[in-house]
Ligand binder design. Structure first.
Ligand code: SAM
Length: 338
């Protein structure tokens, strides 16, 4: 599986719109299109710098909600998607080998670690966690009871604590968990910085947060659908959110389905795994204003329907992309770029 790693110390380079090159993922077509075929690349070790479109292409700020980057809409989206979620989403975007690679930086090296899986949904990522940690020490939280109902049916998760709750307002005391994991949920959070601040709060000192999420596409059509649908943060935004929340040793590892052959122009739904360590006990030093979304505010049903339909359209596009990439992988001779 293709993967590479960026460290938080590269932050200034990324924020100024340039990214390390000299490694094969940038070499072929720039724009963060390609990853190395195998293994880790420590980009701190590379020297030549070239601009990336990826860091310049977001058409609106990450704080501005996309159509389904909204708690109520995400709730309804998963009301229906949960029926087919495990059969449709994971095989195309979030495969078992990707999951295991993405969880590696979380350092799940002891069975007695206390772990929370935020936005745990049907428990697909939790199944990867309980390979390393006793299920009784794992808590799954999600805002969708329909997704959680699927997790409850899974035998290896029978001993996990499973509860409903909001990633931006976790119902746990400060300094509770050794590990915070969240996979594929940030794209729905109206205020991602608040969610990452919460990650910091609920961890114990020295605890590790591991947040897995999509990356912003460079291909124009994929960018359009990403923008109307939900949040596809840029890599530098992930790093910035972690650092602002107070995390140290912030690292970003690129992940993707292996049949993409490292191509990243469509903005992989599961595009990176970001980790950081909590250096001090207590709450995050970051102060934030009021919540972005007022869930108690009534929603115009017509506006809701339009947003919902647009979300479905974009979701359909992103169901087709991995199929298209898989066909390309079958047709184009091995070793050639696709
Ligand atoms: C793509 S699924 C990922 C599920 C699971 N982590 C996995 O790896 O398959 C996203 C999940 O995030 C949940 N979610 C979205 N917004 C949330 C929020 N604000 N708080 C808690 N969960 C949320 C959704 O209900 C959904 O189950």
């Amino acid at each position: 599986m293709a993967s590479s790693i960026l460290s938080g110390s590269d932050n200034f380079k990324l924020l100024s719109g340039i990214s390390p090159s000299g490694s094969s993922f940038l070499g072929s077509e720039l724009n963060l299109k390609c990853l190395p075929q195998k293994g880790f690349v420590n980009l701190r070790a590379t020297r030549t710098l070239r601009p990336t479109k990826c860091s310049l292409s977001a058409s609106r700020p990450a704080s501005q909600p996309r159509f389904i980057q909204h708690k109520k809409e995400a709730f309804w989206f998963y009301r229906f998607l949960s029926i087919v979620y495990d059969h449709v989403i994971n095989p195309g975007h979030w495969t078992e080998d990707m999951r295991d690679e993405a969880l590696e930086p979380a350092e799940l090296h002891a069975r007695n670690l206390q772990v929370v899986d935020v936005g745990g949904g049907t428990g697909f990522t939790t199944l990867g966690i309980v390979k390393h940690v006793d299920a009784k020490n794992v808590t799954i939280i999600d805002q969708s009871p329909h997704q959680l109902a699927k997790a409850r049916q899974k035998e290896p998760l029978k001993e996990c604590k499973i509860l409903e709750g909001d990633a931006e307002d976790l119902p746990f005391p400060t300094d509770t968990f050794d590990r915070y994991i969240s996979a594929g949920s940030i794209e729905y959070w109206p205020d991602p910085q608040r969610g990452i601040k919460e990650a910091y709060r609920v961890l114990t000192i020295g605890g590790v947060a591991c947040l897995i999420g999509p990356v912003y596409p460079t291909f124009w059509l994929s960018r359009f659908f990403a923008d109307v649908w939900m949040l596809f943060p840029k890599e530098e935004e992930y790093i910035e959110w972690f650092k602002k929340a107070g995390f140290t040793q912030v690292k970003l590892k690129r992940i993707g389905p292996k049949w993409y052959r490292g191509v990243r122009r469509h903005g992989l739904i599961m595009g990176c795994s970001v980790t950081g360590v909590k250096p001090y006990a207590g709450e995050s030093p970051l102060q934030l204003g009021p919540k972005v979304e007022d869930v108690s505010k009534p929603v115009n049903p017509f506006v809701f329907l339009m947003r919902f339909l647009l979300g479905i359209m974009a979701a359909s596009y992103y169901v087709l992309v991995p199929i298209y990439m898989w066909i390309k992988d079958q047709i184009v001779p091995k070793g050639q770029p696709i």
